[in-house]
Design a protein. Structure first.
Length: 464
């Protein structure tokens, strides 16, 4: 409705401007025509110097109600005659008389000068002043018509909008209400009511079809979720059974296998002590190999049990002084590997973590660094840290045997070794244990190395 009113108003204003311009032009032509008639009729009066005849000619202007004043000047510019006769002399211009055809608009009046000419000889000039009431009356009439048209247009538009609302707006509102219900209640079973076969009806069909598809998809998702829950429940049950079997296996390893190992190692020691002199050199060598492998198997069982128990162990996070922890671990290990190695422990940032677990990490990484660099003439181990992407990154670096990056994917696997047990002792569980501990702390672990040039192991822990 406002748009229609604005268009009508703009059209009226455009037409009004056009009418004002054309009326002014037409009125100027009409007043010139009137002036020429009056000036022609006044030639004899000016020629014979007869003001009374000129007055009678000017009296004919009584028929023109918009003429305010008419003044006839002689060729010297003196007032010769005027209409009306009682018009005040002080309002009649004397110094602005022009003896050539001219006009101007002045204070809502139109003024023209029309020369009185006879035989190409100027006898005087006629001054006509007319009001513009005719134009103002026309403008008022147009304004009244425009106001009536706009008012009628508003009434018609109002009734049309009420009528069209039932066929256009109401279906759209109904569609909006249905969409709001679906959005708020997540009920995709509701449907919008179709009111016709027009564009709104097609839109309603498309909307209802979309709701049907969503409802079907939701039903499929619910069915899939039910199946998934059953699968998870079944897998959880299987996992619980597997965990119980693993616990039973761990108990068996811890008790049933340890006892025979202790017997093997114990009787081997007795045999070495009491009958060693009878076995000979080859027998003693074989007996020592039995005792050494028994001890290694015991260590392997201990590492395997520690690795299996770690999955159930709760992470108790406390503020840890990592520098002090690294020094404590090194002090415990230096007697085992001797004081030959040079170790550099740089200041390490504190972190929140499980003390026993992170001590195990440091112990495994530092012991590996000492073990794999002990065959160097000048073994060097460096421990340090730096901050990167909101994490504290710790590293243990050595100049030992290193490793081939081609086999990097085996580095953190259980029982995966990149060096022979005859060259460097170990069970192949230590790095796997470190990897699981760091994962339980929401961190990462990785390594870089090169054969015979050393290796660097990194692990990152989030800063909390």
């Amino acid at each position: 409705m406002l748009t229609s009113a604005a268009v009508l108003l703009f059209t009226f204003l455009s037409y009004l401007v056009y009418e004002v311009v054309t009326f002014r032009q037409t009125y100027v032509r009409q007043l010139y025509t009137l002036g020429r008639i009056i000036s022609t009729n006044c030639t004899a009066a000016l020629a014979f110097d007869n003001p009374d005849d000129a007055g009678e000619v000017l009296m004919a202007l009584k028929a023109e109600k918009h003429i305010v004043v008419a003044v006839l000047y002689d060729k010297q510019g003196n007032l010769f005659s005027k209409y009306p006769q009682d018009y005040p002399l002080q309002t009649i211009p004397r110094d602005q008389v022009q003896f050539q055809e001219d006009h101007r608009f002045e204070e809502s009046h139109l003024i023209i000068f029309e020369p009185v000419v006879q035989n190409n000889k100027t006898l005087g000039v006629l001054y006509l002043k007319s009001d513009m009431d005719a134009m103002y009356d026309r403008i008022g009439l147009y304004a009244s018509i425009a106001a009536a048209v706009i008012a009628i247009s508003f009434v018609v538009a109002y009734f049309l909008s009420n009528k069209l609302q039932q066929s256009i707006s109401e279906p759209v509102h109904a569609l909006t209400r249905t969409a709001k219900t679906v959005s708020e209640k997540k009920d995709y079973s509701v449907r919008a009511t179709k009111t016709g076969n027009d564009e709104i009806g097609y839109l309603t069909d498309a909307f209802n079809q979309m709701l049907s598809e969503i409802q079907t998809q939701n039903a499929q998702i619910q069915l899939f979720n039910q199946k998934l829950e059953l699968t998870i429940e079944r897998r959880t049950h299987d996992l619980e059974i597997a965990n119980k079997e693993l616990e039973a296996f761990s108990y068996s390893v811890s008790h049933d296998l340890r006892a025979p190992l202790r017997s093997i190692n114990g009787f081997s020691g007795i045999l070495m002590e009491d009958y060693g002199h009878l076995l000979g050199e080859e027998g003693i060598k074989t007996l020592k190999s039995i005792m050494r492998n028994g001890t290694r198997m015991g260590q392997l069982i201990d590492d395997l049990l520690a690795f299996s128990r770690l999955g159930k162990q709760h992470v108790a996070k406390l503020n840890l002084n990592m520098t002090a922890l690294a020094r404590t671990v090194y002090d415990d290990l230096k007697e085992q590997y001797g004081n030959k190695s040079e170790i550099v422990i740089n200041p390490l940032p504190e972190i929140k973590g499980d003390r026993s677990m992170l001590r195990q990490v440091m112990q495994n990484l530092i012991s590996n660094a000492l073990k794999y660099s002990m065959k160097r003439d000048k073994p060097l181990v460096e421990i340090g840290a730096y901050r990167e992407n909101g994490e504290n990154v710790y590293y243990v670096k050595d100049n030992g045997a290193g490793f081939n990056m081609q086999y990097y994917d085996k580095l953190f696997g259980v029982f995966q070794r990149l060096h022979s047990a005859t060259d460097f002792e170990g069970t192949g569980v230590g790095l796997a244990l470190v990897h699981r501990i760091i994962a339980k702390h929401d961190g990462r672990i990785w390594a870089e190395g090169k054969e015979n040039e050393g290796a660097t192991f990194y692990f990152s822990l989030p800063v909390t």
